[in-house]
Write a protein that binds this ligand. Structure first.
Ligand code: SF4
Length: 167
């Protein structure tokens, strides 16, 4: 185990969280410049309306974890992704959101070649891909400031925000 995880959790009313932290037009504007946009089934644009999915859910629980070194991001996701998916399995009607885009397939997502998702039972979107502001979620709810890497220096820590929305 190379990562050191600092775990923070909160329970929020989904309506309040959506009203205060979802800015779909602005956040998805950032997604458009990402190479994963339109090339990952777990990334926008979706063939469904995220607002309709959110409307079927009532209360969210956010789980975040900070790791100490940027290049340990994958290792941290190997811990947090199954964890949040396991919580979803224990709570019928809930929906898990990963801390970033899907990492299940090695290399590229099958969407890029026009093929269907090979792991629809495990692939999940991220909160940001549904238009939630992760920077403000971290600062306003958890009091955590996002640290950015520069070319030569990894950040002091990385923050991952995954979530479980449930009835
Ligand atoms: S499981 Fe594979 S095909 Fe499905 S969204 Fe993830 S990367 Fe894409």
């Amino acid at each position: 185990m190379r990562v050191r995880i600092e775990r923070m959790e909160t329970l929020r009313d989904l309506s309040d969280y959506t009203a205060g932290f979802r800015d779909e037009k602005r956040i998805l504007g950032y997604c458009i410049s990402c190479p994963r946009y339109g090339n990952y089934w777990s990334c926008p644009p979706y063939d469904y309306d995220p607002s309709e999915i959110i409307a079927t859910i009532v209360y969210p629980e956010d789980v975040s974890a900070s790791v100490s070194v940027y290049d340990l991001f994958s290792e941290a996701r190997e811990i947090t992704d199954p964890e949040i998916l396991g919580m979803e399995a224990e709570m019928p009607g809930s929906m898990a959101f990963y801390a970033g885009s899907c990492r299940i397939c090695p290399g590229k997502c099958k969407r890029e070649s026009g093929a269907a998702c090979v792991e629809p039972d495990r692939a999940r979107p991220s909160l940001e891909s549904f238009g939630y502001d992760i920077s403000r979620t971290l600062s306003d709810i958890f009091g955590v400031k996002i640290k950015w890497a520069d070319k030569n220096c990894p950040p002091e820590y990385i923050s991952l925000v995954s979530a479980l929305m449930f009835r």
